[in-house]
Design a protein around this ligand. Structure first.
Ligand SMILES: NC(=O)c1ccc[n+]([C@@H]2O[C@H](COP(=O)([O-])OP(=O)(O)OC[C@H]3O[C@@H](n4cnc5c(N)ncnc54)[C@H](O)[C@@H]3O)[C@@H](O)[C@H]2O)c1
Length: 363
């Protein structure tokens, strides 16, 4: 059961392979896709201990000249000094223009290795092998690559499309429950804002999804990727439509930042953000109250959080204003009139937002 999807970006098209047991075949697949020669695998100790040997064996078995570099695990290491390690390994390993950097890990490794691929020798080929659910449905496709700066997340980055994405469902078996659910939040988002069939599937098959049944996973991952790919294809450099993917993210980012990135996983914050976005849509009269109800139901079905524990609403609003400021000074929220649709609203009044946040438990 292997799916091969084509992802469009600008004039390029790249393949996304999705299925069980793909990591053991990564070398053969990359050769089929025309890659040869040197490949630098970037991973972290957690993922590396589980999957690096398998990846290296599969690549060497297919004739690749493989080097590896390991970055410490965690968002805190998605930064310039760790990127230097990748450049050092690329230089020592004599990577050439047609060589590849392969990101083996979650979104942190994917973003960092992706930025290295975009910049080393002004661009070598990038292979994304996402191992977290979030990376499989979100960060590995769409071409955003970045590292963090102490002043903010993802401040140093670029748009750079991979040559191949390979998502192996088997690696998801070792992902802990919290990380699995953070990925599910992004899949739920795709259902709520764009793909009603995905939304219905998630509601009907929650037991199979929660058990990580491969057939259920392949269905929801493929649908979420197809939705993201279609939105990205319309707006590769995020000048307009791509912003809809930020549904739940403005409030989510505010929560993450306000709690120092230590309380919520990204998907948990986005889940709360989606509950808030639905409630704001209702409060503005854009949506009927069932939107809030339906949103809460699906988030609770997957045991994702939907309340804000005691964080001052005013502080969240101030954080949201900062998030908006970087998007040209206009207060902007992605809202939803009904499941499967979104609208971007400028100037949502704070006297609508604050009571919603307080009803959700904010101080
Ligand atoms: N580029 C984009 O478009 C985009 C989109 C969304 C998120 N992101 C970025 O992605 C990052 C978050 O990604 P994430 O949630 O994958 O976090 P992560 O990369 O930190 O991975 C989460 C944890 O799971 C572990 N892990 C990963 N795969 C595993 C596996 N198969 N088995 C066991 N453990 C495994 C990791 O080592 C880590 O400890 C953030 O830096 C965010 O900015 C980028």
């Amino acid at each position: 059961m292997v799916r091969r999807m084509e992802i469009k970006a600008d004039t390029e098209v790249y393949p996304l392979y999705l299925g069980s047991g793909l990591l053991a075949r990564v070398g053969a697949i990359l050769r089929e896709e025309g890659l040869t020669g040197k490949i630098l695998v970037v991973t972290n100790p957690t993922v590396g201990a589980l999957y690096l040997d398998m990846a290296v064996e599969a690549l060497e078995g297919a004739g690749f000249d493989v080097q590896t570099v390991t970055i410490p695990d965690g968002e805190a290491y998605k930064r310039l000094d760790q990127l230097t390690k990748v450049y050092d390994a690329a230089a020592v390993g004599c990577l050439e223009r047609d060589s590849a950097i392969l990101a083996l890990g979650g979104g942190v490794i994917g973003d960092l290795a992706g930025f290295a691929a975009a910049t080393y020798l002004r661009g070598v080929r990038l292979v994304q092998v996402p191992t977290s659910l979030l990376a499989q449905v979100d960060s590995s496709i769409g071409g955003k690559v970045a590292v963090n700066h102490r002043e903010g997340k993802n401040l140093i980055g670029s748009f750079y499309q991979p040559s191949v994405v390979l998502s192996d469902l088997e690696v998801l078996t070792t992902l802990n429950e919290r990380e699995f659910k953070t990925g599910l939040a992004e899949i739920i988002k795709a259902g709520l804002i764009g793909d009603c069939t995905l939304d219905a599937f998630l509601r009907q098959h929650s037991a199979a999804v929660r058990k990580r049944d491969p057939e259920a996973l392949v269905e929801i991952i493929a649908r979420a990727c197809a939705f993201k790919a279609q939105v990205v294809a319309e707006d590769v450099r995020e000048r307009g439509r791509r912003a809809i993917l930020n549904y739940g993210h403005t409030i989510g980012h505010a929560l993450e930042a306000e709690t120092g990135y230590t309380v919520y996983r990204h998907g948990e914050a986005v889940a709360i953000g989606m509950a808030a976005a639905a409630a704001i849509s209702v409060a503005l009269g854009l949506a009927t109250p069932d939107l809030s109800q339906t949103t809460l139901e699906i988030l609770q079905l997957y045991e994702l959080p939907t309340t804000i524990a005691g964080i001052p609403a005013e502080r969240l609003l101030a954080r949201m204003a900062w998030d908006k400021k970087v998007k040209d000074g206009h207060p902007r929220l992605v809202l939803s009139p009904k499941v499967g649709e979104v609208v971007v609203k400028e100037d949502v009044p704070s006297d609508v937002i604050l009571p919603v946040l307080r009803r959700m438990g904010a101080a």
